[in-house]
Design a protein around this ligand. Structure first.
Ligand code: HEC
Ligand code: HEC
Ligand code: HEC
Ligand code: HEC
Length: 368
């Protein structure tokens, strides 16, 4: 019954029982694994998004298992239909004492939004986080810094949705609410401060690099890229196609190149995607060969500069000291990762604005 070579081998090695056992084990294991794969499917199946011409390697590959795992924060989103006003209601500005931004909301919609803000920003502390422990009569006071900050946050959110529509609704209606950044926390994750110099032992350019920090994306690159590009409007760029035998004033510097790569690493980490989501890797400098996502990212740069300079930095004198930067006492700032949190689209592109027309515009809300 057994093959001849086996009987022969067995006669010559009467005491060796391990050899055949290993052979049978390996063969059996391989067959079982093959059966499992056929029955259950490839466990590491991938899907890829092609971002450039065929054959150029421009595709962003992801495990299907990751794509099919929803961001757990999506479960925290609130569905709460707005009340459609019929025009006869009293407005918040007539009912309350000190309503500077949300004056034209009806009482019902005003309170609906207050409840939502509480859920998004201070679910544990409740209304008291911004209004204190007093009764409703005292809610018009601006005694707590949290309320003053929240008012500016409402304006910032309205401005983002209205004026940066090309970014936050780039593919479809998604929009931004307090939830996009805060996720039920008083202080959103992924905020940042100016932490340079990071190397106290030296000065100048050396002092802002060669240290593993979150702002250098854990590399030796400079830690000041967000400050330089997303607050101070410095020019992002590495090179053009000139040969530079003599370096002239105004020519791109090696420092700019290092800082640019530091920022680009930050972009990639913020979105959880590699460079070819936005660039054709054969010509990073060429804006003719980029992907649509590059355009959206470009708008994002302008949006973040405006958020920081017009809204977040001016709040610097409002926060208590404990909220300010560890090194320079600067205001907490936001950037790509404050919204994106490692996803190509925040909350995987869930439409967060649909129930909150009050936050979608700086003008009067439009109820469909
Ligand atoms: C994250 C901060 C925050 C939380 C939490 C919050 N509010 Fe407010 N509330 C504000 C801000 C900011 C204003 C002023 C809005 C404006 O100026 O347009 C305001 C104004 C009010 C007013 C108007 C008071 C007046 O007389 O002018 C009332 C009433 C109110 N809130 C009720 C509530 C209730 C009830 C809760 C809890 C369910 C709540 N708020 C939770 C920030 C908050
Ligand atoms: C683009 C991101 C972003 C959005 C959207 C956003 N916030 Fe903020 N928020 C921040 C940042 C950054 C801070 C500063 C963090 C700190 O206080 O240390 C902050 C701080 C606050 C604080 C102060 C909290 C504290 O304990 O210091 C309140 C209150 C607040 N936000 C309310 C809101 C409300 C209400 C909305 C929606 C109308 C909102 N935020 C939308 C980014 C955002
Ligand atoms: C989310 C989109 C996005 C991702 C991801 C991204 N970039 Fe960029 N990159 C941009 C945009 C937008 C600019 C142009 C910025 C400007 O000029 O205002 C840019 C500029 C650059 C430049 C400067 C080109 C010049 O003009 O000199 C280089 C180099 C670069 N990126 C390399 C990279 C590398 C390397 C990666 C991966 C680590 C990367 N980028 C990831 C969007 C992206
Ligand atoms: C205020 C929150 C917010 C900030 C800050 C932000 N984004 Fe976005 N971004 C969004 C939203 C929301 C979308 C989804 C738009 C859609 O899919 O319709 C988006 C979409 C994008 C897309 C398009 C993705 C795709 O699948 O087409 C890119 C690229 C992008 N953001 C890059 C950036 C970069 C780079 C920065 C920082 C310079 C940044 N974003 C900052 C909210 C933000």
């Amino acid at each position: 019954m057994l093959p001849k070579w086996f009987n022969l081998w067995n006669r010559e090695n009467p005491t060796n029982v391990f050899g055949p056992a290993i052979l049978v084990g390996v063969l059996g294991g391989a067959v079982s694994l093959a059966i499992l794969i056929v029955v259950l499917g490839q466990p590491y199946a991938t899907d890829s998004l092609q971002t450039g011409p065929r054959g150029t390697g421009m595709s962003v590959t992801e495990f299907e298992s990751d794509l099919n795992t929803p961001d757990p924060d999506i479960a925290l989103l609130m569905e709460d239909e707005p009340y459609k006003p019929d025009g006869s209601e009293d407005l918040a500005k007539d009912i309350y004492k000190n309503v500077q931004v949300l004056g034209n909301l009806t009482e019902d919609n005003f309170n609906r939004l207050m409840a939502a803000m509480t859920n998004w920003v201070s679910p544990e502390q409740g209304c008291a986080y911004c209004h204190g422990e007093g009764d409703l009569e005292t809610y018009g006071e601006d005694n707590l810094y949290t309320k003053v900050v929240a008012r500016k946050m409402i304006q910032m959110t309205q401005n983002i949705n209205e004026n940066w529509d090309g970014h936050v609704n780039a593919n479809k209606q998604v929009g931004v609410t307090c939830m996009t950044c805060h996720r039920g926390q008083n202080v959103p994750s992924e905020i940042w401060f100016d932490i340079t110099p990071v190397n106290e032992a030296t000065a100048g350019w050396s002092a802002i690099q060669n240290r593993v920090t979150p702002l250098s994306q854990y590399t030796s690159l400079p830690s000041d890229a967000l400050q330089a590009y997303l607050v101070d409007y410095e020019t992002i760029g590495v090179h053009d196609l000139e040969s530079r035998v003599a370096n002239e004033p105004g020519d791109p510097l090696i420092q700019q190149a290092e800082r640019t790569y530091s920022l680009m690493n930050y972009f990639s980490n913020s979105l959880g995607k590699n460079c070819v989501l936005c660039h054709n890797s054969r010509a990073f400098y060429d804006t003719e060969q980029v992907t649509p996502q590059w355009g959206t990212a470009s708008l994002g740069i302008g949006m973040v500069q405006e958020m920081n300079n017009d809204y977040l930095i001016p709040l610097g004198d409002v926060y208590p000291e404990s909220r300010l930067g560890p090194k320079h006492g600067d205001a907490p700032k936001a950037a790509c990762k404050t919204c994106h949190k490692g996803y190509q689209q925040p909350l995987q592109g869930a439409n967060v604005i649909q129930y909150w027309p009050e936050l979608a515009t700086t003008g009067d809300p439009v109820y469909e």
